[in-house]
Design a protein around this ligand. Sequence first.
Ligand SMILES: N[C@@H](CCC[C@H](N)C(=O)O)C(=O)O
Length: 302
Amino acid sequence: MGDRRIPFLKMNGLGNDFVVWDARTEPVRLSPEQVRAIGERENGIGFDQMITVEPSRSGADAFMRIHNCDGSEVDACGNATRCIGRLLIEESGLASAAIDTNAGLLIAMKTSEPRRITVDMGVPRFAWDEIPLAEEFHDTRAIELQIGPIDKPILHTPSCVNMGNPHAIFWVKDIEAYDLSRIGPLLENHPIFPQKANISLAHVISDTEIEVKVWERGVGLTRACGTAACAVAVAAARDRRTGRKVTVHLPGGPLELEWREDNGHVMMTGDTEIEYEGLLDLDTLSFEKTAPGDKPMLEVVK
Ligand SMILES: N[C@@H](CCC[C@H](N)C(=O)O)C(=O)O
């Protein structure tokens, strides 16, 4: 029997963490059950998203496939785009990398700090059928949600944005006043969102600062969500709650966002981290850590 162990990288963007496979020369095929098992925090490697870097068919530097830890494949992940951008930039020695995704081509750019990457996340979409919503809404800045009495009146008119994936943003005075782990699943699975939605609670601190907590579709509460930060920044500027350049503060740290006036693209800048390198045994799904990442490994190798 051949060696059924495959190398992976464990990375994160502000604590939103990923297992990354390099499948550019050898394909990595895992069933949804295997993805869920590897994603388990107790017995598996543990991750929010699994990222498979594949050859690009469009001439980009690579194609990035994204799975949530519940096994579902999704089209966009902002924090992972920065992480994969960093890997491709370090590999090529160039100033930028073109990353193909199911949501379109995204460009990652190096900054003056090696771990900090800027990504052009493309243009946001606002039409009800592009978000998508189950019913026609002329204005998606405050859609009327039919929900139970408990979270009314505040949590019932989210602003909706598609950033390659669906987002609903609830403007609140205090993001800590809500139990997002309780209301997150109800809102994520609300029938108005036929493809479900990522749910953000957002509080505008000033013209340039927003505080956000995210319940991610297919994951749950995360330390950070890059596309949510983009969606919140765009929704805030669209409503003139802030200017077009803001810092979005997430539990895992800040992201710098700019919704450009000239081409409508959203630029996101933030940190990336390589946690460690490892090997996964495909038969048993056990793994070992083989090398440290950006920081020396604190844990003993399993
Ligand atoms: N963590 C991500 C978003 C990942 C996908 C999301 N859970 C979805 O289902 O759309 C990010 O940084 O954007």
